[in-house]
Design a protein around this ligand. Structure first.
Ligand SMILES: Cc1cc2nc3c(=O)[nH]c(=O)nc-3n(C[C@H](O)[C@H](O)[C@H](O)COP(=O)(O)O)c2cc1C
Length: 405
C-alpha cells in the first residue's frame, strides 16, 4: 500500500513543463508587509525563508495588488511596474527546493475606505457595512481594459524578478470573482448578462498574462467552487468556467470557496465535510470530470491520511495548506517524513461569534508578522491579545469580519 508520505512526495509536471517537486503547496496568506511605497519589505524575505526551508513543492505569496489606488488592506505589496524591481528580486531569491509563485489580486468593491476611498467594481453593488467599504462605482470598459493590462504587466515584472509563476486570485469575492458572480455583476454589455459574458473578464486576464509571460511560465488561478450565497455563482457554472480556463492554458486551478460575506473557506459547514477534512473535495471530484488540468484543493487539510486520501481519489493533484503553515512552517517537510499531521494548529476563533472570521485572520496574520521579525510563531497567543493588537494596528474602522485575503 502506498503511504500518504509517498503520495505527497510524488513530483508533478505542470502543462507549461514546470515541475513541482512534491504535492504540498503553501496557499496564499496575505502578509500585509509592504513598505509605505508598496514594495516588498525585508521582513517578507525573513518570513519566506521559513517557508522556503519548510519543504513545500510550491509556495504562493499572499495577494499582491495590481493598482495602488485599489488595495485590499493596509500594508499590501503593490506591483504596477519596474520601480521596485530590486526588492522583488530579493523576495524571489528566497527559494527552497520548491517553486515560488506570486498571487495577483484586485479587490474591486471588497476594499476598506482607508485604502480605497473610490472603489471600482463590475457594477455599483455595495458591500456592507458601507461605513467600512465605500460603495463602488461601475467600471467603464476602458477601466476594465486597464485592469486586464495591469494583471499582465504585474505578471511580466514578476517573471523578470525571478518568480516561477503567478496565480490570479479569482476567489473569495474579490474583483475577478465579482465579475463571475451574478450577484455582483449586473452588467448588460459584453462583460455581463450571461455566464459566458461574466466569464470574459477572468479569461481576458488569463490570456493577457499568458501573452505577457510566454508558454513556459506557470499560470494558476484560485477559484470558488461556489459562493455559498443566494444568487451567487453555482457549481454548474464553475465547471463551465474550468473548461474555458483549461482551453486558455491554465497550469493549475486552486479550488476554494466562499466570500467575506460568507467565509466558508475558513470553516466547514457540515459534519460530514469536517470528517473528510477538505471543505471542497466533493466539488474537486466533479471538477476532475470536467478538466484534466492539475487541481489544487485548499481548505481544512490537517492530517496526512486526509491529504493522502484526497490524492489517492485522483480528484486532486496538489494539497493546499493555509493556516497550518502560519503556525507550523516546517509542516510539509515533516509530512514528507511521515508525520501524521498538524501538531499545534487549532480552531482559534471558535466561540467568537460574528467576529470569528475576522479574528481568525487577525490571529494568523500576527503569526506571520512574528516570523517576519525572525521570531517563532506563538500557538498559545490568546485570542483577546490578537483582537487588541489588531485594533491598535488597524483602528476600529477595520473591525469587520471581511478583512483578509
Ligand atoms: C491570515 C490569512 C490570510 C489569507 N490571505 C489570503 C490571500 O491573500 N489570498 C488567498 O487566496 N487566500 C487567502 N487566505 C485564505 C487561505 O489561502 C486558505 O484558502 C484558507 O485559509 C483555507 O485553508 P486552510 O484551512 O488550510 O487554512 C488567507 C487566510 C488567512 C488565515
Amino acid at each position: 500500500m502506498t503511504t500518504p508520505a509517498e503520495l505527497l512526495a510524488r513530483p508533478l509536471v505542470l502543462p507549461c513543463g514546470q515541475v513541482l517537486p512534491n504535492r504540498l503547496a503553501k496557499a496564499a496568506l496575505s502578509e500585509a508587509m509592504g513598505t509605505a511605497a508598496g514594495a516588498p519589505s525585508p521582513a517578507l524575505n525573513t518570513l519566506f525563508a521559513r517557508w522556503a526551508a519548510g519543504g513545500a513543492g510550491l509556495v504562493i505569496t499572499g495577494n499582491v495588488m495590481v493598482d495602488r489606488r485599489q488595495q485590499g488592506e493596509p500594508g499590501n505589496v503593490v506591483l504596477e511596474d519596474e520601480r521596485h524591481l530590486a526588492a522583488f528580486q530579493a523576495w524571489a531569491a528566497v527559494k527552497g527546493q520548491g517553486r515560488l509563485w506570486m498571487q495577483l489580486n484586485h479587490p474591486g468593491r471588497q476594499a476598506p475606505r482607508i485604502v480605497a476611498p473610490e472603489p471600482i467594481a463590475p457594477s455599483a453593488v455595495p458591500l456592507e457595512p458601507t461605513s467600512v467599504f465605500a460603495p463602488p462605482r461601475a467600471m467603464t470598459e476602458a477601466e476594465i481594459d486597464d485592469v486586464v493590462l495591469r494583471f499582465a504587466e504585474a505578471a511580466r515584472v514578476a517573471q523578470l524578478a525571478g518568480f516561477d509563476g503567478v496565480q490570479i486570485h479569482g476567489a473569495h469575492g474579490y474583483l475577478v470573482s465579482q465579475f463571475l458572480s451574478p450577484r455582483t455583476n449586473l452588467r448588460t454589455d459584453a462583460w455581463g448578462g450571461t455566464p459566458a459574458k461574466r466569464r470574459r473578464f477572468a479569461l481576458a486576464v488569463v490570456e493577457a498574462v499568458r501573452a505577457a509571460t510566454g508558454p513556459r511560465f506557470a499560470l494558476g488561478i484560485k477559484l470558488n467552487s461556489a459562493d455559498f450565497q443566494r444568487g451567487g455563482i453555482e457549481e454548474e457554472e464553475t465547471l463551465d468556467l474550468l473548461a474555458a480556463l483549461e482551453a486558455a492554458g491554465v497550469d493549475l486551478m486552486e479550488i476554494s470557496g466562499g466570500t467575506y460575506e460568507r467565509p466558508v473557506m475558513m470553516g466547514a459547514q457540515r459534519a460530514s465535510t469536517r470528517e473528510r477534512e477538505a471543505y471542497f473535495l466533493d466539488f474537486a471530484e466533479r471538477a476532475r470530470t470536467a478538466v484534466r488540468t492539475p487541481l489544487m484543493l485548499t481548505g481544512g487539510f490537517r492530517t496526512a491520511l486526509g491529504m493522502g486520501a484526497a490524492l489517492e481519489s485522483g480528484a486532486v493533484d496538489v494539497i493546499g495548506l493555509g493556516r497550518p503553515l502560519a503556525i507550523e512552517p516546517d509542516l510539509p517537510a515533516r509530512l514528507l517524513n511521515g508525520a501524521e499531521g498538524v501538531e499545534r494548529t487549532r480552531d482559534v476563533a471558535q466561540g467568537w461569534g460574528r467576529f470569528g472570521g475576522f479574528l481568525e485572520i487577525a490571529w494568523h496574520a500576527q503569526q506571520l508578522q512574528r516570523m517576519g521579525r525572525g521570531l517563532d510563531p506563538d500557538p498559545d497567543r490568546a485570542m483577546w491579545v490578537a483582537a487588541a493588537v489588531s485594533l491598535l494596528d488597524n483602528g476600529f474602522s477595520l473591525m469587520s469580519p471581511r478583512r483578509g485575503g
